[in-house]
Design a binder for this molecule. Structure first.
Ligand code: NI
Length: 191
């Protein structure tokens, strides 16, 4: 099942997501999230982006660079993830987000991340990532904390983007995938 992707401006994107109860079967949900992510040509998708404020995100970063061996095996679901440590020098990368179509901006983040999480069989893992894989993890993890990449931008950059962000929240934006807009949801009485 392909979910519509929640657009910038929806309160679910600003919420701290809730832990998932250990042992909960989320396999179908994870499969649907991958399908939704691939349909939108994304490399990461967090549950709040499909309207669910729970601590789960999926990623598959291989499309970011087919030549990069480290990215070819990054198809994973992260359940109840905890970032244990972020190390290394901060570097800039131009990020985008399926919830904020058409906008990209440079964000500085530490180079390496150590993350603890459960897979869909509820086995625990602790892994370290760097480069683009770390970047995707940091971005998706932020979604579970109610943080968007636009939150890191300078006041000036934010002011420059303000009208476009407002347009997105009103549904005045083109995307190649189905989205759910907060203003439209309110009009329809859906919450
Ligand atoms: Ni995002």
């Amino acid at each position: 099942m392909i979910y519509p992707i929640v657009a910038y401006g929806d309160p679910v994107l600003k919420k701290q997501a809730e832990e998932i109860e250990t042992g909960t079967d989320v396999k179908q949900l994870v499969e649907d999230m991958f399908e939704t992510m691939y349909t939108a040509s994304g490399v990461g998708l967090a549950a709040p982006q499909i309207g669910k404020a729970i601590r789960l995100f999926v990623m598959d970063a291989k499309a970011m660079d087919e030549e990069n061996e480290a990215l070819q095996h990054t198809k994973k679901a992260f359940i109840n993830p905890v970032i244990v440590e972020e190390t290394g020098e901060k570097w800039a990368f131009e990020e985008g987000c399926l919830s904020i179509p058409g906008i990209r901006a440079e964000v500085y983040r530490p180079a390496k991340v150590k993350i603890r999480y459960f897979d869909t069989d509820w086995n625990e893992h602790v892994e370290e990532y760097d480069g683009l894989a770390a970047r995707v993890i940091q971005h998706e993890y932020d979604h579970l904390e109610g943080v968007l990449f636009t939150d890191y931008l300078s006041g000036l950059k934010k002011r420059l983007l303000k009208n476009r962000l407002t347009d997105i929240s009103k549904g005045n934006v083109k995307s190649d995938y189905r989205m759910r807009f907060p203003a439209a949801a309110r009009r329809a009485g859906v919450r």
